[in-house]
Ligand binder design. Structure first.
Ligand code: UD1
Length: 417
């Protein structure tokens, strides 16, 4: 298993370009299954989850060709309606194939994704609302089997919680449903807008984009399209926090800072200094003070930036408090950060961080994607060489992390153990 060795403390220098968003491209890749015409996607990030989704598409009969930074998908001749356990178990986002397969082929069989390190993560909202669109659903031998003989029928769907994945799956399923589907209490994350824009770019009829009431008018066919997803706001937030923690002047570019409005406001309240441009944020050296945050659906503070924020709070003077409201088991970075000298205690879904603590290098272990990012941030501030084990978690979501950091003057080495 690969390890990262980072020597701290460091100052970051220069500019880091943000990759296209994994969480936008995963549902967009699943939506490839809707279209029997070619789809050209630009700058797919080189990430394990993206490769897994492409493998899943290939297994279903999608032809994939690459030319420079453009990957072309042709789902004209699908030869299977089944997403098997061997791939689904490695990536929950495989469940995104359920809506598109069902509405295109009138049947779909997708392995149940099961739990993951950060919680049980059920898919009840996906399934109960697909049933409201007329799907017949059976759970058997670890698989969801869905059929809709005469096609799906538009309906009014009210989500009990604004689930990102359920909103995306239902939006895709509704593309070919008869009549109008309204998704109430829809999630409003920027990646959902991006999926809707992509679907519209190939001929879908979706309105209410960016609101909690998304309207999908069913269409009969889609056309060829070229598309590039938005910049990854979570990768951007991670590098911005890295810049602030290390008192660096760091330009984080090629993403939309409005996707981080809430995070930027919180950081400003903590004393952070930035220059904010149209597609970049530049951090400036500053003294940080404590804050209290609650994770929430967009536009609130993203759960995917919670671990990185806790790492930053170890360097902010005073006592910070972070409450996690989206996932029940998302504090696995806390014991690892404490190994580096952080003073963080946990009470239920709340972390209390005694800030302004000097960190010291130690061997630590990645447990999930964002927890791993928090360890990298802490390692940048810790005195000495921190060894971070199990970096495959990082490779699920941070494109060329070691390369990007080393360009910013970080002494970072990847070793195979
Ligand atoms: C997506 C993101 C993930 C992010 C999360 C919340 C992708 C590929 N992943 O995950 O990075 O952390 O949004 O912003 O885009 N829930 C149910 N029943 C359901 C669906 C969800 O109870 O049918 C619960 C989940 O267990 C969780 C909460 O709702 O506690 C949020 O989940 P959801 O918004 O669906 O997240 P994902 O789409 O899984």
């Amino acid at each position: 298993m690969d390890k990262l060795i980072i020597e701290g403390p460091v100052k970051l220098n220069g500019e880091v370009e943000i990759s296209r968003a994994k969480n936008a491209y995963l549902p967009i890749l699943a939506a490839v299954l809707l279209n029997d015409k070619p789809i050209h996607l630009k700058n797919l990030p080189e990430l394990r989850d993206i490769k897994t989704m492409i493998k899943l598409l290939s297994n279903l009969g999608v032809e994939v060709t690459t030319n420079g930074n453009v990957t072309t998908f042709n789902a004209k001749n699908l030869n299977s309606h089944e997403a098997t356990y061997d791939l689904v178990k490695t990536m929950r986002a495989s469940i995104f194939t359920l809506g598109p397969l069902l509405t295109r082929l009138k049947k779909a069989k997708v392995s149940l994704p099961g739990g993951c390190a950060i919680g049980t993560r059920p898919i009840d909202l996906h399934l109960s609302n697909l049933e409201k669109l007329g799907a017949k659903i059976n759970l058997e031998a670890g698989y969801v089997e869905a059929t809709c003989e005469g096609g799906l029928e538009g309906n009014i769907l009210a989500l009990a919680f604004p689930s990102v994945g359920a909103t995306e799956n239902l939006m895709m399923a509704a593309v070919f449903a008869n009549g109008k589907t309204i998704i109430e209490n829809a999630a409003k994350e920027p990646e959902i807008d991006d999926l809707a824009n992509f679907l519209n770019a190939m001929g879908a009829k979706i309105t209410g984009i960016g609101t909690s009431s998304i309207i999908v008018e069913g269409v009969d066919e889609l056309h060829e399209v070229e598309y590039e997803a938005i910049g990854d706001r979570i990768e951007a937030a991670t590098y911005i926090m890295a810049g602030l923690m290390t008192q660096s002047e760091l330009k984080v570019s090629k993403f939309n800072p409005h996707h981080l409005d809430f995070v930027i406001e919180i950081l400003k309240d903590m004393g952070a200094k930035f220059e904010v441009g149209e597609d970049y944020v530049k951090t400036l050296p500053c003294e940080l003070t404590a804050a209290k945050i609650d994770t929430a659906p967009f536009p609130g503070f993203p759960t995917d930036a919670q671990a990185q924020m806790i790492a930053l709070m170890t360097q902010a003077k005073g006592v910070s408090i972070v409450a996690e409201h989206i996932f029940e088991n998302r504090f696995m970075h806390v014991p690892e950060l404490n190994r580096l000298g952080a003073k963080i205690s946990l009470q239920g879904n709340t972390a209390v961080i005694e800030g302004g603590t000097p960190l010291k290098a130690a061997p630590v272990m990645c447990t999930d994607l964002r927890a791993s990012a928090a360890l990298v941030l802490a390692a940048l501030c810790a005195e000495g060489k921190t060894t971070i084990d199990r970096v495959y978690h990082l490779e699920r979501g941070y494109e060329k992390l070691a390369e990007k950091l080393s360009k910013l003057d970080v002494k970072i080495e990847k070793v195979n153990s």
